[in-house]
Design a protein around this ligand. Structure first.
Ligand code: 5GP
Ligand code: MN
Length: 320
């Protein structure tokens, strides 16, 4: 990995016009990781574009330094594209292959679509991979970058709750605090600016919770109608599946959301089930404990639930 970090940094130093990009519908890690390199690359005189196809961007991340610089327009000519937290090239929303691509990620399902691929499935966040790359090259981390790296870490570890959280993660968090991050500020920005519409949506969604497989599997539904009645937006659905997983008996929680193009499934497991396999089966991807997919042109919730029940009933039987 150290070799890759050095090779990637060398390529970055050699490039003039750099695009930083993350996956469609970015989460804290995707956006935080891509924003984290912006001040560092600007400081060393690079022309930098932060690209994301999603409109509007999730507003709960608007406190991240340089959030306002994100654009959905690519420059005409650029030397290097760095992708963050993105498992496959098509999720970037970029048609043409760039001249050179550095792929920085921690998804187990990453398809290695870059010219340099720095994939660490053990990393708690893609921002940890970025952090390790900066450290390997003795780069000083400014406060603006530290806030982005730290926010990405907090969001992707469920506030330091997951198995991915190691001594290294806490060492990194401590170092980022030394770089100027105020953890209470990040926590307040992320978790104390809730929208009333989100709470109203939660109330409706929770009513649909259904348990099966001896209580080990839970389904929760979000329909278009619920979103319309409550005035909720897609961002408001982000954490529903996590709170359903919190039910004592549940190993796998699954949210089904009615989207324009089909049913979006979000899968979360607690202790032993590998949900990334199921997401991949439906054309999606993710991690062992958090994965997702969109089942295109399918709008029948019961049908999708039955398919998932079939996939999950054996998986949740095995206990470690
Ligand atoms: P969520 O359920 O919150 O949308 O996503 C959980 C994890 O699965 C994230 O790491 C996300 O990047 C990944 N994921 C969600 N939907 C898709 C998808 O359609 N394709 C791929 N490749 N990954 C997805
Ligand atoms: Mn991530």
């Amino acid at each position: 990995m150290q070799e890759l970090f050095k090779k990637a940094w060398k390529k970055i130093l050699e490039s003039k016009n750099i695009v930083l990009a993350a996956h469609i519908n970015p989460d804290g890690d995707a956006l935080g990781s891509s924003l984290s390199l912006y001040p560092i690359l600007k400081e060393i005189g690079k022309k930098v574009t932060i690209f994301n196809v999603t409109k509007p961007l999730p507003m709960y991340l608007d406190f991240l330094p340089n959030f306002d610089k994100v654009t959905d327009k690519l420059p005409k000519n650029y030397d290097l594209l760095i992708s963050f937290d993105c498992g496959s090239f098509d999720r970037l929303g970029i048609e043409e292959r760039p001249k050179f691509l550095i792929n920085i990620d921690h998804h187990i399902s990453n398809t290695n679509y870059g010219d340099i691929n720095i994939i660490d499935p053990k990393a708690a966040s893609s921002s940890q991979v970025v952090y390790n790359m900066l450290k390997a090259n003795n780069v000083t981390i400014p406060k603006e970058s530290a806030i982005c790296i730290y926010t990405a870490l907090v969001t992707d570890t469920g506030s330091f709750q997951y198995e991915s959280v190691t001594d290294k993660v806490f060492e990194m968090a401590a170092d980022l605090v030394k770089c100027g991050v105020k953890p209470d500020f990040v926590a307040k920005m992320l978790f104390q600016r809730d929208r009333l519409s989100r709470l109203r949506l939660l109330a409706k969604a929770y009513e649909t919770i259904e348990l099966c497989c001896e209580g080990k599997v839970a389904f929760v539904e979000v329909t278009k109608e619920m979103m319309e009645i409550t005035g909720a937006i897609k961002d408001d659905t982000d954490t529903i599946v996590n709170s359903v997983r919190a039910i004592a008996s549940v190993e796998v929680a699954c949210m089904l959301r009615e989207d324009e193009d089909g049913i979006k499934i979000s899968l979360r497991s607690k202790n032993y089930a590998d949900v990334s396999k199921i997401a991949v089966k439906y054309g999606g991807g993710g991690h062992i404990r958090a994965a997702g997919a969109t089942i295109k042109d399918e709008f029948d919730f019961e049908k999708v639930k039955n398919m998932l029940k079939n996939d999950l009933k054996e998986i949740v039987k095995i206990e470690e």
